[in-house]
Design a protein around this ligand. Structure first.
Ligand SMILES: [Fe+2]
Ligand SMILES: [Fe+2]
Length: 265
């Protein structure tokens, strides 16, 4: 099966572009399943029922999140009622769930969200959490996609090797900057340190660049508005063998709203 995973969706410019991009992409590329990280989708932080609905209407099947998910109160309602997951290693007392099993053309797909701990908020250990949970999830789904939402490249790569041969894909999100290290580890597990971003690229990570520069120059608190220009969607397309659960091929992709170009990088 063919699965597209998109990097962090940042605000309205990204949501509007996905509505334009995904329906035709899904049919042109015969995509079976689309996953996207939505932790920045509502005004740059978290998700609301309306913004999540917009993302699902554009054709996304499952939304993963990260450290920004609980910045809006409405996120609890989204996690309780929609196919949106939060990092599994927030622990069992946090709202929402850390993984989901969905079906596409009769085949089950498990999607798991993890949060890194290096240079991030303290949460449960992502390595021990997935080690203790994975066997149960594997009883339900052969194809398993992990979103490793983390800051440090080392922690993401270590997770990729930790899960090698055990999951179909371990893909990094959070930094909004794509890396060029995509590979299939042990001839089974698709890996990339970061998928990149879906949002304005005339920006710093999706926010107005002049405001970010002012913050760095003055050390004063500055409001960061969403940037609008040069909207792109970045991610990875994977072909996965639904009999073995292993990745057969991977391709980094980028689509551009302004010149309607895009595809494999
Ligand atoms: Fe993000
Ligand atoms: Fe994040």
């Amino acid at each position: 099966m063919k699965i597209l995973f998109l990097g962090d969706i940042v605000g309205k410019p990204a949501r509007v572009y996905l509505k334009e991009l995904l329906p035709s992409l899904r049919s042109t590329l015969s995509l079976d399943f689309i996953i996207a990280n939505g932790e920045n989708a509502a005004g740059g932080s978290s998700l609301t029922p309306d913004t999540a609905q917009e993302i699902f209407e554009s054709g996304v099947d499952v939304v993963t999140t990260g450290d920004h998910i609980f910045k809006k109160q409405e996120a609890k309602e989204v996690l309780a009622t929609m196919d949106v997951i939060r990092p599994l290693n927030y622990g069992e007392l946090a709202s929402g769930r850390g993984y989901i099993i969905k079906e596409s053309k009769g085949k089950k797909i498990g999607v798991i969200n993890l949060l890194g701990r290096v240079f991030m908020q303290p949460v449960d250990c992502p390595f021990k959490t997935i080690r203790d949970t994975l066997e149960n999830i594997k009883k339900e789904a052969k194809v398993i996609i992990v979103d490793m939402h983390a800051e440090a490249t080392s922690e993401k790569l270590a997770m990729g090797y930790f899960l090698a041969g055990k999951v179909s894909a371990c893909l990094g999100t959070h930094t909004h900057i794509p890396t060029a290290d995509e590979k299939i580890i042990d001839n089974y597990t698709a890996y990339i340190t970061d998928l990149g971003m879906t949002g304005s690229f005339d920006s710093v990570l999706g926010r107005e660049k002049h405001q970010i520069i002012e913050r760095f120059l003055t050390n004063m608190p500055v409001r960061f508005n969403l940037a609008q220009g040069d909207v792109r969607a970045q991610g990875l397309i994977m072909e996965i063998d639904d009999q073995t659960g292993g990745a057969l091929s991977i391709e980094r992709v980028e689509y551009r709203k302004d010149d309607k170009t895009g595809g494999a990088l």
